[in-house]
Design a protein around this ligand. Sequence first.
Ligand code: FES
Ligand SMILES: [Fe+2]
Length: 424
Amino acid sequence: MLKNDMMETLVRTGPGTLMGNLIRRYWVPALLSSEIAEPDGPQVRVKILGERLLAFRDTNGRVGLVDEFCRHRGASLFLGRNEECGIRCSYHGWKYDISGRCVDLPSSPEAASKVSITAYPCIERAGIVWAYMGPKEKQPEPPEIEWCLLPDSHRFVSKRLQESNYLQAFEGGIDSSHVAWVHRFEMDADPMHNRSKANGIIKRSSNVVFQIEEVPSGLLIFARREVDASSYYWRITQYLFPWFTLIPPFGDHPLGGHMWIPIDDENCWAWSINFLPSQPLEDGDRKDMEAGKGIHVEYIPGTFRPTANRDNDWLIDRKAQKEKKSYSGVAGFSIQDASLQESMGPIQNHAQEFLMPTDRAIVLARRLLHRSAVDLENGTEPPAVNASSQRVRSAAVILDKSVDVKEWARLNLHDALNKPVFTL
Ligand code: FES
Ligand SMILES: [Fe+2]
């Protein structure tokens, strides 16, 4: 398959596309539960995987995710009334419940049973509404990634709008080699990263050696840096198919992870999660996260669009760049990533890229996604639908050079939720 055809397949996720069919086999994070906090409260528009939907919480507290538009003459149900266990279109009063069934059609009540709109089953986990948008009989178990299973006190979740295709955003999450460049000064200054003893090692070693292993859950990405004559510092990232990453930890700071979910082909949601496996987050850390530190961002009030965005050149500060306060002049981990990824254009021109050995994780992730999409089209079930395969951890660890790191990871990071956290 020509590379351009492969990339074209990977970046398109609308209904009926190969990638779209593949990722509709997993629970898709659709919105924060807090966006529809109240029963019968205001409904919100949700666009994911190129579909324009509407989310609401009904009188009984159940979540509905339905087509945004009324089946009658196509008016937006955003203008409708959320009341008495359904959404009623404001134009002529047709009413739909969370399963998309028309439960009232005032002008011809007998016709209501013949009318419905698209509706996707939803679950709530980790303060997130997850939707299943695939064939009914193939619905998988709910996600079991560690941060999904913890009490709310142990976790902080945010999402931000990224104005680029999901693929170039996701690829930043498995590209361990960029950390020592664009994030270089953040590692000492950011309150969510500055307590790691390994920051010096990361900055000293620009020559990172990568090994990547395909495992049932996705990919394990090993980044190796020399510490001294007898030991290596390993940062081990987990890529959990199809869109989760677990970031290797920094010192005793909360663990972190991301998800990148297509809104349409030119925009995505970047979800960022911090958590502690066995204790509540400290108040100070939670305040920092709420203030947009670490992997979170500050927003334009009332939106999920970051204050620093492409319309204002991500608030680039040339003085801060000269004075080595930020490497690119853009502040903050997430906006540094978003700025570079959005700067590639809404869909990166992959025909023009020039990949190197440090990009191997990106190449392998693309192949895995592409192969899975093509295989599904040919009748092979997708990988990693078994939620228990998500019970893994990332790690940051110094090991003797004689240790076989893949074997070490099998013992310590697989089925890891009751094992120690490896960090320094
Ligand atoms: S357009 Fe919705 S009821 Fe007529
Ligand atoms: Fe980054």
